[in-house]
Design a protein around this ligand. Structure first.
Ligand SMILES: *[C@@H]1O[C@H](CO)[C@@H](O)[C@H](O)[C@H]1NC(C)=O
Ligand SMILES: *[C@@H]1O[C@H](CO)[C@@H](O)[C@H](O)[C@H]1NC(C)=O
Ligand SMILES: *[C@@H]1O[C@H](CO)[C@@H](O)[C@H](O)[C@H]1NC(C)=O
Ligand SMILES: *[C@@H]1O[C@H](CO)[C@@H](O)[C@H](O)[C@H]1NC(C)=O
Ligand SMILES: *[C@@H]1O[C@H](CO)[C@@H](O)[C@H](O)[C@H]1NC(C)=O
Ligand SMILES: *[C@@H]1O[C@H](CO)[C@@H](O)[C@H](O)[C@H]1NC(C)=O
Ligand SMILES: *[C@@H]1O[C@H](CO)[C@@H](O)[C@H](O)[C@H]1NC(C)=O
Ligand SMILES: *[C@@H]1O[C@H](CO)[C@@H](O)[C@H](O)[C@H]1NC(C)=O
Length: 361
């Protein structure tokens, strides 16, 4: 009897983990300055399934975990290196060596050249805590180290920032990324790494020319944003999605490509992109669910993407909140009826009774 209940318990646990979409901490989490090792750790501690990070190259070809190609929104670079800006006023990551970048302190995101926080209610950008820029190596060691010390799984969703920009400097950021991952023995589909980028042809190159077996995800958005030279109008079409499915495991569109919103942020209806992607076995991970900037009802937003759109993951600044809301919708889905796991226990119990009756007859 105990054995049967243990089996039922494990089945219901497996069911729950399969059932809930992935929750992916955007740049770690919203609670500490973006992409620092501290906020990545916090994203993990809040039970994110994945942590999303961005990588750029330094002048000496080291991979830095940083979102913008320049440093002015998140660091004291202007104070430390006043004469190292370009004619547009910005200080670019690729103009600095790692040893120079290590001297920077990182703060909560501000509008460049001002002290105005982009997200006013987040961690104070004026804090004197010396957060620092993290390298990809440190981030990988954090991943592998925390997976061991906490015995909790989590994965990294690594965005290659602007491969076309990097190639103007005659560097292949993808090649450097793949060889760094290989140095940490991270090369397989089953390893806790997913690579994404806006430049779709770069993903094709990674799969076909480099023969990488890692999971790949295509970032999708509108062409007018100029995120890369890729033609997203094509990749969002049925033929485009089919072509993608030969190369990547999933797509990561901005959420407005999956759902139409009115000007007040209320949901109107959904587009056909999710069902088309699912038709070609592509996972769908929309971005970015930000509780502190969404104008509508955040719970309804999460419910709609979960229940109606049926996305496979949420890229979010508040992973803890999204997990809580998903668990509520999972257990409330059947109204007053008992949850799925209770049904499973009941079913196993009935089977047990039938078996018992059978043996006693
Ligand atoms: C570069 O930075 C210096 C010092 O911060 C500033 O005085 C100068 O105006 C900047 N250059 C440009 C082109 O913005
Ligand atoms: C990249 O290589 C090309 C061709 O070899 C060369 O003309 C160009 O100056 C190089 N660019 C940089 C930034 O090194
Ligand atoms: C990061 O790891 C790669 C691969 O082991 C190595 O080539 C590189 O020098 C390392 N970078 C730093 C800054 O430790
Ligand atoms: C690399 O990972 C594979 C499994 O993915 C494992 O079998 C192998 O032992 C690892 N090699 C090293 C050197 O850690
Ligand atoms: C994208 O590029 C076009 C053509 O260069 C330009 O007109 C447009 O303003 C750019 N859009 C954005 C959002 O930068
Ligand atoms: C998509 O796949 C079709 C069929 O194989 C092929 O003809 C076409 O060139 C592909 N398009 C792109 C942009 O890769
Ligand atoms: C948005 O909200 C305002 C104020 O509540 C309302 O007047 C307006 O009609 C709404 N717009 C839409 C598109 O629903
Ligand atoms: C999906 O929607 C787009 C835009 O609304 C439309 O152009 C396309 O034909 C639709 N595709 C399918 C297969 O329904």
């Amino acid at each position: 009897m105990l054995k049967i209940f243990l089996i039922a318990f494990f089945l219901s646990k497996i069911y729950q983990t399969i059932e809930r979409p992935l929750v992916i901490g955007h740049r770690g989490s919203a609670y500490l300055p973006e992409l620092t090792l501290e906020t990545q750790s916090m994203g993990h501690a809040l039970h994110s399934d994945m942590i999303e990070i961005d990588v750029c190259l330094s002048r000496d070809n080291q991979l830095l975990v940083v979102h913008d190609l320049y440093l002015n929104a998140v660091s004291n670079v202007g104070n430390l290196y006043p004469n190292r800006n370009r004619s547009d006023g910005y200080h670019y990551v690729i103009d600095f060596d790692l040893a120079e970048l290590r001297r920077l302190t990182i703060h909560e995101r501000t509008i460049p050249f001002t002290n105005t926080q982009v997200y006013p209610s987040r961690f104070p950008s004026s804090s004197s805590i010396p957060f620092s820029l993290s390298t990809l190596n440190e981030t990988l060691e954090l991943l592998l180290g925390l997976r061991r010390s906490t015995n909790q799984q989590y994965q990294l969703l690594i965005e290659i920032k602007n491969p076309e920009y990097h190639s103007q400097y005659n560097r292949s950021i993808s090649e450097i990324l793949l060889s760094t991952l290989a140095a940490y023995n991270l090369t397989e589909l089953t390893d806790p790494i997913v690579i994404q980028t806006f430049h779709i042809e770069e993903l094709i190159h990674i799969r076909k020319n480099h023969g990488s077996r890692l999971r790949l995800v295509a970032l999708l958005t509108w062409n007018w944003l100029n995120e890369s030279s890729s033609d997203y109008d094509f990749y969002r079409s049925e033929q485009g999605l089919q072509n993608l499915s030969w190369i990547v495991q999933g797509i990561a569109p901005n959420m407005e490509l999956l759902v139409n919103f009115d000007s007040n942020g209320s949901i109107i209806d959904m587009t056909n992109l999710t069902s088309l992607a699912h038709k070609y076995q592509l996972a769908v991970y929309p971005w970015t669910f930000r509780y502190d900037t969404y104008k509508g009802n955040f719970k309804e937003l999460i419910d709609f993407f979960h229940r109606k759109v049926q996305v496979d993951g949420f890229i979010t600044s508040q992973p803890d909140l999204v997990i809580k809301l998903l668990e509520q919708t999972t257990t409330n889905a059947m109204g007053e009826l008992p949850g799925i796991s209770m049904l499973l226990y009941g079913l196993i119990f009935v089977i047990y009774l039938l078996m018992k009756m059978n043996t006693s007859i």
